[in-house]
Design a protein around this ligand. Sequence first.
Ligand SMILES: Cc1cc2nc3c(=O)[nH]c(=O)nc-3n(C[C@H](O)[C@H](O)[C@H](O)COP(=O)(O)OP(=O)(O)OC[C@H]3O[C@@H](n4cnc5c(N)ncnc54)[C@H](O)[C@@H]3O)c2cc1C
Length: 367
Amino acid sequence: MSSSYDVIVVGAGAVGAACARELAHAGRRVLMLDPGRIEGAAWSASAGMLAPQIEAGRDDPLFELGLAGRAIYRDLAPALKAASGVDIGFWQEGIARVALDEVEAGELRSKVAWQRQGGHRCDWLDAAEVHSRWPWLRPTFGALWAPNEGAVNAAALVEALRADAIRHGARLEQDTITALEREGDRITGARGNGRYSADAVIIAAGAWSGRIDGLPRPLSVEPLRGQAVALDWPAGVPGAVVYSRDCYVVHRGSEAIVGATREYAGFRTETVPADIHRLADAARALSPAFAALQIRRAWAGLRPATPDGLPIIGREPRARGLWYAAGHGRNGVLLAPITGVLIRQLLAGEETLEQLDAMRPERFWSC
Ligand SMILES: Cc1cc2nc3c(=O)[nH]c(=O)nc-3n(C[C@H](O)[C@H](O)[C@H](O)COP(=O)(O)OP(=O)(O)OC[C@H]3O[C@@H](n4cnc5c(N)ncnc54)[C@H](O)[C@@H]3O)c2cc1C
């Protein structure tokens, strides 16, 4: 068994790397364990949007948590750049969610209303305003405009979080964890090719989190495949992020990232030609500027999905020393930094956000 750590983080993707960084900053001796390039890791497939106002519904705990998560990025992005030299591509110029018919316009207007009533920046733009702001879009029935929404480059984020964690003393070991080590009711470490011991083990292996032997009960996380495509970003069109009911389009570098499908296909990570053509066609239908553009590349990733769409964050009541930071579904990039903060606070026995109650691990189990 290798030398003992305060905390082992199983999985150094968006969530695991964020947890490791927070804990390392707090002075804990941290070991990150990750196989390296794994087919379908969600962070390497992600569109990287920071969009709680677009994604979450009314009375959804994800809304407040997502806003708190988004707010962290404003300081985190420059801090990571200064510490690691990696630019995570933080962009915060707003996201529009366009309505393609009257029914959708009504739904989005009501979303605008409750967000404004809650004091959040959110506007309804009528069809003429949408046309004047984004003349390259097809005619719409208006749009919800959330000026504080944004995006990051998720792969750069993971690189920067890992590097900064390492800078603060964490270690990153390339290994695929297959089982937990246990003594009585206490989890004492994890094993893959090597064996590692620590006072606390955090399960943050994304869609693979439930595959680790020795968990006290099945983890309610399943892979939800998401396919996406990249088209060229059309010449002369200013960068933007636009959602419609059929797809979203995210400007990144010279590309338009168009996503994403949602299907339960087990751990299969291949793309399906019919699906990726449907996505590209949805982008072409959203804007004539995309009409002639060909698919540059296509890919798929596995989101870690839970039954209620909320992550699982907290202590496993049945085994001392075991913690979960898993199941972040469609919003794990948005929620990674706030999850790191929450995990640090939980491990230190500090007060955390009230919304965390909705994320507690035991909510799916009767005992
Ligand atoms: C197409 C697509 C678009 C998306 N767009 C967005 C978006 O716009 N905004 C947003 O917020 N979220 C988005 N997401 C979701 C987001 O990517 C995920 O919620 C997030 O990446 C989850 O982070 P994670 O660290 O839990 O899992 P992952 O990012 O999947 O990372 C898991 C890590 O665990 C490691 N691992 C796996 N098995 C083991 C093991 N046995 N031992 C050790 N390590 C292991 C993997 O190598 C990986 O590094 C998108 C996802 C997809 C697929």
